[in-house]
Every structure is written in structure tokens, then in C-alpha cells.
Ligand binder design. Structure first.
Ligand code: GLY
Length: 393
């Protein structure tokens, strides 16, 4: 009996190793670059009509949608151009990345949103990493100062949104974990530990209040800033207050992985492991690894997927695989997701105005951006391809 069990175990292991998914990075990057050439032409045409448009966001009802720099997604397009430069080392991409990054610069002073990590850190952080241009570093530090003004010491968190004051008083969304990278980097640049301390406090408060016992997360936690207590636990973009919105789970995974990178705090690693386990043990996600938009939508399987959640998850898992005891499992899961995205979820050449991936879901409850291409899916897809390529180096 014992022998039989161990033979089965050996068979299962060798099956999973031999079935590890390969990803063709050069082919995927070449196809993505061709798409992005198309995208840039569409961006430039749209800007002739409305010069305040800076970045492409999505395609809805067949229409190409651009955004102004204040939009939370404005930084992803220039940040993608930096990834093309990182991969190709071609000056063409360097010049394009520099040009479109400039358009977001003024948001470093924006105190009206928590999204400065996405808007500023994605383009300027990648720009700084690749050029060491100190002007980029200054923008990152100023953005960290702006973001820090949204921190409330009593609640111990950074406020996410100023809108919809009738629904909540001090809303904090799980997505906000992504902005902590900007703060950690600002402390590295300036040696001013106040940014680091805010990031750590926000991460600790979020562990305490944002997660259920199975490591799924609520989307929105509303705080009382007089007492520091939680007022409400809600959703804005998920199926219901008690559901697990797919992209929220991905933001949490990525967020705690990056917190571990900067702090080496075992609690953050344990949190990332717990979230990864929630995502990867789902019996609902189809075999290709691309989740439905919300794990608890009762209409599953007749609902849209979210390729953006998959791309964020794959990218995070490549990093988490380097830190966790479950590294092999995470690497294999990320490879599976990336293989699916790069073969089954890419636009046909020239289609979708030049966006790279299809089948993301932006805001289903608002009937907005359902089963569409979207800029942050493309950004984290390129990041995942680079992390796949550099894995183990
Ligand atoms: N941060 C907003 C979203 O993930 O849609």
C-alpha cells in the first residue's frame, strides 16, 4: 500500500514538472510591440482632436477611449513603453517612453487621489530604474509627499477616495496596497523614514481589517477617523459586499508581496501566501487560470473573465515565488496563466486599436468596461513576461 502511494506521488510530481508551461517571450513581445505601434498612432490621432488626452485606456462599444492625466490609469501606457525599452534596449522605445511619461508629471502634486502609485510610480519608477535620471526621482518623492497627506494616524490608513461621501466617510480599498511601493521607494531615495512608516502602518491596518479568514478581501473598508474603528465593509466594483472581486484579490497579492520585498516582515509573506492560496485553490477558475471577474458571481460560468486580474496575479507570483516555500507551485501557476494570456487572450494584429490583451472587466456593477481590452492588463502582462524571462537570474 505504501509503495503504491509513493509511486502515485512520484507520478503526480513528474507529470506536473513535465507539463510545466513554456512561454515564448520573444514572440509575445514582438506581437505586443506591433500592437503598440498601432496604439501609438491612435493615441496621436486622438490627441490632435483633444490635446488634454494623454493615455489610451480601453475600447468600449467599439470606441477607442483616451483619458486625461488625472485618470487613475494614465500612467500605464508610458510605463508599458519603458518595458519595451527594457526588453529591446532600442532607443525608439526610450524616446517614446520619455515623451509620454512627461504628460503625467503634473500629477505628482495631486492630493485628491490615492492612485499616485499607479499614475506616477509605474512610469517614473521604471523610467528611473532604466535611466537613473534624477528628475524622475524628484517626481517620485513629490508624489510620495502628496500621497502622505492622505494618511490619517487615528485610522492608520491612507484614504482612497474623496467621492461618494454619501456612501462612506473614509473609504480605503484593497487596491491601495499597490501605492505603497511609491512610499517605500521615496524613503530609499530620501532616507526620510516617514514614508516607510506610513506604508507599514497602512499594510498592518489592512491585514487587520480587510481580510476574511480564507484570505479573500473586502473591496472597501470605511473607517471612523475619530475612533479609528471600522464603520462598514463594502464593495464598489465587486458582485456584492461579501463576494471576492477578482482584481481585488490580485491587488492584495501583489501588494503584500511588495511589502515583503521592502521590509522582510514575515507577516507580509504569510499574508501573500494566504492570498495566493485563496486564488490558486479556487475550484471556480477555469483550467486556463484566468478568473471570472468575481469569484462569487452566481451567474458563473456565463459571466466575463478578468484578464487584468490574471496578469497582475502572474506578475506577483513570479516575485512571491522567490520568497516563499511554495515557490515552485507559484512559478508553475504563473507560467500557466502567462501561457494562456499570451496564446488565447491576445488581440489579433491591428485589432482593438492596438491594445495587447482582450477580455478584462473594469467595473461590472456600473456596466462599464465588461469583456474589453484595458491598459493595466497590458502593463502587468508585459511585466509578467519580463519577470518570466528574468526568473532565476
Ligand atoms: N483601482 C481600480 C481598479 O482596479 O479598477
Amino acid at each position: 500500500m505504501k509503495l503504491k502511494i509513493s509511486l502515485i506521488a512520484v507520478f503526480a510530481l513528474s507529470y506536473s514538472l513535465s507539463s510545466a508551461q513554456q512561454v515564448n517571450v520573444s514572440k509575445s513581445f514582438a506581437a505586443a510591440a506591433k500592437q503598440t505601434d498601432v496604439l501609438i498612432k491612435n493615441v496621436d490621432s486622438a490627441r490632435v482632436i483633444k490635446p488634454t488626452f494623454v493615455s489610451p485606456r480601453t475600447v468600449e462599444n467599439g470606441q477607442f477611449k483616451m483619458v486625461i492625466s488625472r485618470d487613475w490609469t494614465s500612467g500605464f501606457f508610458p510605463a508599458e513603453l519603458w518595458y519595451f525599452y527594457e526588453y529591446t534596449k532600442d532607443k525608439k522605445w526610450l524616446n517614446l517612453a520619455k515623451k509620454y511619461t512627461e504628460d503625467i508629471k503634473k500629477e505628482q502634486f495631486n492630493r485628491g487621489t490615492h492612485d499616485l502609485g499607479f499614475m506616477i510610480y509605474c512610469p517614473f519608477g521604471n523610467g528611473y530604474k532604466l535611466t537613473k535620471d534624477t528628475a524622475y526621482r524628484s517626481v517620485i518623492v513629490q508624489a510620495a509627499k502628496s500621497l502622505s497627506t492622505r494618511f490619517n494616524a487615528k485610522a492608520g490608513v491612507i484614504k482612497s477616495w474623496d467621492h461618494n461621501g454619501d456612501k462612506w466617510k473614509y473609504p480605503v480599498i484593497i487596491d491601495n496596497m499597490m501605492n505603497l511601493e511609491l512610499l517605500f521607494e521615496a524613503t530609499k531615495f530620501t532616507k526620510d523614514s516617514s514614508f516607510y512608516k506610513i506604508a507599514v502602518k497602512h499594510a498592518n491596518t489592512t491585514i487587520k481589517n480587510h481580510f476574511r479568514p480564507d484570505f479573500s478581501s473586502w473591496h472597501v473598508i470605511d473607517y471612523d477617523t475619530l475612533t479609528g474603528n471600522v464603520r462598514q465593509k463594502l464593495t464598489a466594483q465587486g458582485y456584492s459586499n461579501e463576494s471576492a472581486w477578482a482584481r481585488g484579490q490580485a491587488w492584495g497579492l501583489y501588494g503584500y508581496t511588495l511589502c515583503y520585498r521592502y521590509t522582510k516582515n514575515a507577516a507580509y509573506l504569510a499574508q501573500a501566501d494566504g492570498i495566493a492560496n485563496f486564488i490558486l485553490s479556487s475550484k471556480i477558475t477555469p483550467a486556463d487560470g484566468i478568473p471570472y471577474w468575481d469569484y462569487n458571481d452566481p451567474q458563473i460560468p456565463n459571466v466575463s473573465r478578468d484578464a487584468s486580474a490574471a496578469a497582475i496575479t502572474a506578475s506577483a507570483l513570479y516575485e512571491l515565488a522567490k520568497y516563499s516555500k511554495e515557490g515552485k507551485k507559484y512559478k508553475a501557476a504563473a507560467d500557466k496563466i502567462l501561457a494562456s494570456l499570451s496564446t488565447k487572450y491576445t488581440s489579433k494584429l491591428g485589432a482593438n486599436y492596438g491594445f495587447i490583451l482582450e477580455h478584462s472587466t473594469g467595473h461590472r456593477p456600473a456596466k462599464s468596461e465588461i469583456d474589453v481590452p484595458i491598459n493595466y492588463a497590458d502593463y502587468y502582462y508585459l511585466e509578467a513576461l519580463l519577470r518570466y524571462k528574468n526568473f532565476g537570474k
